[in-house]
Write a protein that binds this ligand. Structure first.
Ligand code: OOG
Ligand code: MG
Length: 261
């Protein structure tokens, strides 16, 4: 179905910009994972044509809670761009049905060619931080197949990263594999988990991400933000709230929302 990739990417791009959900691409159409990643790439190319820049990469479904919530089982990779980085209050007016989830972020200190035989993504990480990701599936009712969600750039919508902690400090002081994670909305606990829920250890997300990036031809650049995946199921996000993710020992990160959903 080459040639239709751009057309399908445009359907999802339009949904993103208007806030109008669309039917799943797999509805009445054969769509495999290779097609899905080609559509994701075409969608990122559209954003780049508008002047956006790739800012990093994200993993999805690294936690059982997330995979169970969405009825899928494989780890997937998506692309972050600079306009997804929330600065200040996030206006949800053009969102469809946003959800928020607590994550761990890594900062990449050098370019990594994920396919190079000696590539070591974890070794290139300089900082670690708590993060929040806002996901907003472009599909009706937030329902999709694995290929659909990959084509939709893994539902990526926005993200915010807390204060970066130097990796030497993290390694000396924290067991990143066992930190309690709590999500609060307006001071009320909305979800709770552990960094252990991210593939058993968020550090394990890096070789997984490297493998996926190599397979799908995704470059990993110095200064890039890498989201390891949510530690809990995602929580519906309303306008006019303050969300806080706390990763014990690592820090906390806030996101305020506004607008008309
Ligand atoms: C896909 C995105 C999954 C994560 O952290 O697991 C994800 C979705 O749930 O819509 O970002
Ligand atoms: Mg996520």
């Amino acid at each position: 179905m080459t040639g239709r990739y751009d057309e399908l990417a445009r359907v999802l791009d339009e949904a993103t910009r208007t806030g109008e959900a669309v039917p799943q691409l797999s509805d009445g159409r054969a769509l495999d994972l290779a097609d899905a990643y080609a559509i994701q790439r075409a969608g990122i190319a559209l954003r780049e044509q508008r002047g956006e820049r790739v800012a990093g990469a994200k993993l999805g479904f690294t936690s059982r809670a997330k995979a169970a919530q969405m009825g899928v089982s494989d780890v997937i990779i998506g692309t972050l761009t600079d306009t997804m980085a929330a600065t200040g209050t996030l206006d949800l007016t053009r969102s469809i049905h946003p959800r928020v989830e607590p994550e761990v972020a890594f900062l990449l200190g050098s370019d990594v060619d994920p396919g190079a035989p000696d590539a070591d993504l974890a070794a290139a990480v300089t900082h670690v931080a708590p993060a929040l990701e806002v996901i907003d599936s472009r599909y009706r009712d937030f329902r999709f197949s694995l290929a659909d969600v990959v084509a939709d750039n893994t539902s990526a919508s926005a993200y915010v990263v807390g204060e970066w902690v130097p990796v030497a400090d993290v390694r000396a002081r924290l067991d990143l594999a066992a930190l309690p994670v709590v999500l609060h909305v307006d001071g009320v606990e909305a979800a709770r988990g552990s960094t252990a829920d991210i593939l058993g250890d968020p550090w394990a997300a890096l070789p997984a991400l490297q493998r996926m990036a190599a397979r799908h031809g995704q470059p990993l650049r110095r200064g890039g933000v890498l989201l390891a995946g949510a530690a809990t199921a995602a929580v519906p996000l309303q306008a006019g709230v303050l969300v806080t993710a706390t990763v014990a020992g690592l820090g906390a990160v806030d996101l305020a929302t506004s607008g008309e959903l």
